[in-house]
Design a protein around this ligand. Structure first.
Ligand code: PNS
Length: 161
């Protein structure tokens, strides 16, 4: 059984992430969507809130599990006995960061963690969580970007509900 980890901040999960999760779930037997618990960042949503939202929006994809991790991705992958990480590539602007991360992970895992890139669907190539947060903070319309449960949660966070 081939399992892959899809790691990220998911603050919050967008339709772009969901598209990658669905496509990765078609390529692997199991996908572990892993939310990074990073104490040096101040996210909009807590790890638990992000995990809950991810579980809700992936509920119908049977081979997806949602989890969280802290520390190095390679250590989490080893603990889960997984040797593939999935990342989405939206545009050339993502490339430097993603290449750096993939090569660093390959180096520090001594080649044990492979990164597989899925190119983001054109419809979502503009989408990123930080823009979604900014629009929602001004009560703008993010219905094209995130599912209803995420919109509701952001409305509550920003005091519009
Ligand atoms: O959604 P993001 O913020 O682009 O995801 C980045 C993430 C979580 C995949 C990356 O920051 C990560 O794996 N962090 C864990 C720490 C780590 O392993 N660092 C070394 C690799 S550069």
């Amino acid at each position: 059984m081939k399992t892959a980890i899809y790691p990220g901040s998911f603050d919050p999960v967008t339709y772009g992430h969901i598209d990658i999760i669905k496509r990765a779930a078609g390529l692997f037997d199991k996908i572990i969507v892993a939310v990074l618990d990073n104490p040096s960042k101040s996210p909009l949503f807590s790890v638990d809130e992000r995990v809950t939202m991810l579980k809700e929006v992936t509920a119908e994809i049977t081979n997806v599990e949602v989890d969280s991790f802290s520390g190095l991705l390679i250590d989490y992958a080893k603990q889960k006995n997984v040797d593939v990480a999935i990342r989405g590539l939206r545009a050339v602007t993502d490339f430097d960061y993603e290449l750096h991360m993939a090569q660093t992970n390959a180096l520090i895992s001594e080649g044990r963690l492979e990164t597989v890139f899925l190119t983001t669907d054109l419809a979502y190539s503009f989408l990123c969580s930080s823009t979604v947060r900014e629009i929602a903070s001004f009560n703008g319309d993010v219905s094209q970007c995130v599912p209803e449960c995420v919109r509701d949660a952001m409305s509550v966070k920003f005091g519009y509900k």
